[in-house]
Design a protein around this ligand. Sequence first.
Ligand code: F6R
Length: 349
Amino acid sequence: DMGEYQHYMIKEIYEQPSVVRRIVQNYFNHDKINISADILKDIKASDRIYILAAGTSMHAGYVGKYLFEELTHIPAEVHIASEFAYHTPLLTAKPFFLMISQSGETADLRACLLKTQKLNYKTLTITNVKTSTLARESNYFLELFAGPEIAVASTKAYVAQVAVLSILCNTLSDQNIDLIKELTKVALSIENFLATQDISSLVHDKITKRNCFYIGRTIDYYTSLEAALKLKEISYIQTEGFAAGELKHGTIALIEEGTPVIALISSKEISKNTRSNLNEVISRGATTMIISLANTSQESDDIILKDVHPLLTPMVMVVPTQLIAYYAALERGNDIDKPRNLAKSVTVE
Ligand code: F6R
């Protein structure tokens, strides 16, 4: 049921604060964390995490890699499921496999699972559907609690994936971030943005071409990959997410008068350099947009979000990019919940 909303996608975008709160309620039980000791033991015993996923879930996986390395100091690498299944990388002595899948039915991941089982390694699946094939067949699973995601373009599942990954990594870490507090802040920041900013005219004015770029550095680069996928899959605008510093090594040749370039800036460390990359494209005629967090914002930035913990920024930075995709698709009259050529779960390899 879409309720007051015109599409499932916009409904699911607006559900995100309550999804984050539901995850907090389900994972934190009077200071105890609802993750089995066996999962924690097996991950602690491993020397490398191999994260396998596709599409949006893979983009959450990149954030997961970042969280694993920052919080647990266990190296992590992300693999495209359909590649891993047919060309297994050289594995370390004690690998641990983490699959991320909203549906739990992605055939490419099932092929990976058959492979890891054959090699006798343990697998954890993070999924939204606890009755799914991957949840049943993996050694362990963790639930996303995002509620059914109907729109083909994944939104709330991504935010849920990053939230659950943060809880998992923090539980394995000696940093002990107060995640009840920090995830609640995330929910509030998303809520505040959704309640106070209407970005439809911004999208109308700036997203006017057949192509578009998102740029960001470090963790914002990962968000830019997800932002680009969302925009391209429902608006059909050819969009790429780029590491901000990499654009000038070739792709800047594509910048023409009016090409939209959207920068994601969530921290002080990268702000200066990403802004100077923006100046490089402005001088080639690009139309730019800046999405920033308050701690590093400038007054002229187009969208400014309330600060959250530095490791949780993708959960809030992604939200305006979901809305950019939504409004761009709406304006083009596209079928938002069922974009052409796409299926909600991809059950063929
Ligand atoms: C993007 C999208 C796809 C899925 C991908 C993986 O909006 O919906 O890229 O993320 O097909 O699906 P799951 O997460 O179900 O394995």
